[in-house]
Design a protein. Structure first.
Length: 449
């Protein structure tokens, strides 16, 4: 079944200590929530391991995404194909208590709840890793979805946040959002010695963000009724971004494998929207978003017959990424950003070779929540807050060089609650609650050569 390319290394005590200290430092933090806009894994094999791959190159897709140096550790050259389906389940509730709006407004209590109908989102995976014959080089190419979100809440007459925009309501009206983020990763890894490899990959990104209403752009009062409203944000195209990734992969003589990687911030061109004002006249909106940098540390152990164990620790620097780090309102009353904080996550997985044809896997992921409760209102269309992810899956060898891979992941329900936000701060007596869970199904084929 899937396994590592074998070297004959000696023990590197300094690297072992650094990796173990990093793992223990992250595990000491007991908060367990989501890792934000990114998927926890890439492809069915990596998904069934909970995303752990920085020191456990079981497949080309997982290695290419989490550690470019690790493709040197693949047992064979291979091509991997997969298709995933993400099925989110989300509910948005809000309430406004009597007198919350202050003097001059009727003392009315209003509350309600709405369910998103966003359906399944497809996530394709294509990856190839090729060991160059009689060379220390391994070359790879990955094309896959790395993240996104979706929401589709109907308008409401009782749920305040889903009532029409002022003056006919107190909310945003119906909320529709969708983000799809794909990455192209041409990769090169070089085996410096039989135990140590380094890797590098430029990263090319494609993303589309739809948000209706587009509250990240300035509202307009074209009809002159003193109530400015946000325009639509579905008239957009795919935007491009780029960055890079570097990594190191190290194997010891005592069944331990270690890895580390750094994926830079992904710098995107501005996202442009052909929108319109309250009178239907054309307007153009522009928003700025970059993806945060990701630092990964990994360890794997293969010292028990037919078993493999792996753990990854990751740091997502949302606080340093444009669009995620800002919060509040700009001078033109547009929302400055989503107000996310940087987070750690931990992924762990195990593989058991049940037979010569069948490998079974289980994985688990948890991490800190990037969305503070106070930012709940700004994230009604992007409440990526699931706490815990449990995965199971496996691979079955159909022929000597062809394996079928499958995985299922359950994202356990989580929720956040925060107040309405205005240009002068939180509004007392108000609340907005997002409740989210998810299922992910993934299947594909691996062809080795």
């Amino acid at each position: 079944m899937s396994g590592f390319r074998c070297f004959q290394p000696s023990t590197g005590e300094w690297f072992v200590r650094i990796a173990l200290v990093a793992c223990l430092a992250a595990l000491a933090d007991s908060r367990a929530e989501a890792q934000g806009v990114f998927l926890t894994s890439i492809g069915p094999i990596n998904q069934s391991m909970g995303g752990a791959a920085t020191a456990a190159p079981l497949d080309s897709a997982g290695a290419l995404n989490w550690n470019p140096a690790a493709i040197s550790g693949l047992r064979n050259s291979e091509m991997e194909f997969g298709i995933g389906l993400v099925l989110p389940s989300a509910t948005l509730s809000s309430s406004i208590s009597a007198n919350a709006l202050g003097p001059g407004f009727p003392p009315v209590t209003l509350s309600g709840s709405g369910r998103s109908d966003s359906g399944a989102m497809p996530v394709p995976t294509i990856a190839i890793a090729h060991h160059v014959r009689d060379s220390q080089w391994t070359l790879g190419l990955g094309v896959y979805g790395i993240g996104g979100f979706s929401a589709n809440y109907p308008a409401s007459t009782t749920n305040p946040i889903l009532t029409p925009q002022a003056p006919f309501g107190l909310g945003l009206g119906r909320i529709y959002s969708q983000a799809q983020i794909y990455q192209i990763v041409p990769t090169a890894s070089y085996a410096i010695t039989e135990k140590l490899s380094i890797g590098f990959a430029p990263t090319i990104d494609m993303a589309q963000i739809i948000a209706d209403p587009l509250f990240l752009a300035a509202p307009n009062n074209a009809n002159g009724d003193a109530f400015a409203t946000y325009g639509p944000g579905d008239g957009t195209r795919v935007s491009w971004g780029a960055g890079f990734q570097v990594g190191v992969y190290y194997i010891t003589n005592n069944f331990w494998h270690f890895g580390a990687s750094y994926k830079s911030q992904q710098w995107f061109e501005p996202f442009h929207y052909n929108s319109q004002d309250e009178l239907g006249r054309p307007t153009v909106a522009k928003i700025n978003f970059n993806l945060p940098s990701i630092t990964s540390f990994g360890a794997a152990y293969t010292g028990i017959n037919r078993w493999l164990f792996a753990t990854d620790v990751r740091y997502y620097n949302y606080a340093g990424a444009v669009g995620f780090n800002q919060s509040g309102f700009n001078a033109d009353n547009s929302v400055a950003g989503l107000g996310w904080r940087s987070v750690w996550s931990v992924s762990t997985g195990a593989q058991f070779d049940a037979t010569q044809r069948l490998a079974l896997r289980m994985g688990y992921t948890y991490g800190q929540n990037p969305v503070p409760s106070s930012m709940s209102m700004y994230n009604v269309a992007s409440a990526l807050i699931i706490q815990n992810w449990l995965s199971i899956g496996g691979s079955y060898r159909l022929a000597n060089n062809v394996s079928a891979n499958f995985a299922w992941t359950h994202g356990f329900q989580n929720q956040i609650t925060g107040p309405y936000q205005s240009v002068i701060g939180p509004v007392p007596g108000t609340s907005i609650t997002s409740t989210v869970a998810s299922e992910i199904l993934n299947a594909g084929l691996t062809v080795t050569y």
